[in-house]
Design a protein around this ligand. Structure first.
Ligand code: URA
Length: 237
């Protein structure tokens, strides 16, 4: 393996949360992951990757336990050349039934937030102009939070989606998306309102629309609109 390929591998594994890979002198290669790994490390994203190829590679996925109760794999939807990508947590019941992301109550709020903020700010885009996907592509039972191994296994496809689209910015919705994209344990309250990075792409973290639907979280709504305003101006001005 040449040094360029090795660097690509290391970056890819870093994105997957693998922090330490080192060689001991006169000893076999020691791989000391800080998170549990799937039995086989995933391969690098193929050259000239496309969303169609990624979807094909996912196939009728049985790589983790989420396949057991899912109806449809929810790959993503929207403009495949979008300058902005929203990343949610995982499909809910409506999404699982239809195979499309963010079409239930939280999705309707997300649509309103994108369309409404853009209109108010004089930015001529709607939800159809952005791309929307999730960290895990199958619905977790009872809408539970995806487990670390499920995020790791599905994360390779999310990273390939992001690398293929190469948007100008990414908006991570909620703490699961923030954890997957930024590899951080910090909560949304700490992360939101500032720019972070995935590889060289700016990332804004904001509240998940489901969180904003709860009546006692109404203060967060104002902050989420502010975050979205900042993202839309950065991407489309
Ligand atoms: N919540 C998510 O995180 N994603 C969806 O697609 C729907 C609800």
């Amino acid at each position: 393996m040449n040094p360029g390929e090795l660097r690509q591998y290391l970056e890819f594994y870093k994105d997957l949360g693998v922090k330490d890979l080192y060689v001991r002198e006169k000893a076999p290669v020691i791989v000391k992951p800080t998170v549990s790994l799937p039995p086989v490390l995933p391969g690098l994203a193929p050259e000239n990757d496309t969303l169609a190829k990624i979807r094909e590679d996912i196939g009728d996925c049985k790589r983790c336990r989420l396949c057991e109760a899912r109806n449809k794999i929810v790959f993503g939807s929207g403009n495949e050349e979008a300058r902005l990508v929203f990343v949610g947590e995982g499909p809910g019941a409506d999404e699982d039934a239809q195979g499309l992301p963010f079409i239930g109550r939280a999705g309707q709020l997300l649509t309103q937030m994108i369309d409404g903020t853009a209109k108010k700010e004089g930015i001529i885009i709607t939800r159809n102009d952005v791309y929307i996907c999730n960290v895990v592509k199958c619905r977790p039972p009872e809408n539970r939070v995806p487990q670390p191994d499920e995020m790791e296994i599905c994360g390779q496809f999310l990273f390939r989606q992001l690398s293929t689209i190469r948007p100008k910015a990414i908006c991570a919705l909620g703490s699961t998306a923030a954890k997957a994209v930024l590899g951080t344990k910090e909560g949304v309250t700490k992360l939101r309102g500032n720019w972070h990075k995935w590889r060289d792409i700016p990332v804004m973290v904001t509240y998940h629309p489901s969180y904003l639907l709860r009546p006692y979280n109404q203060n967060a709504k104002k902050e989420a609109w502010e975050d979205l305003k900042a993202v839309l101006h950065y991407v489309y001005d």
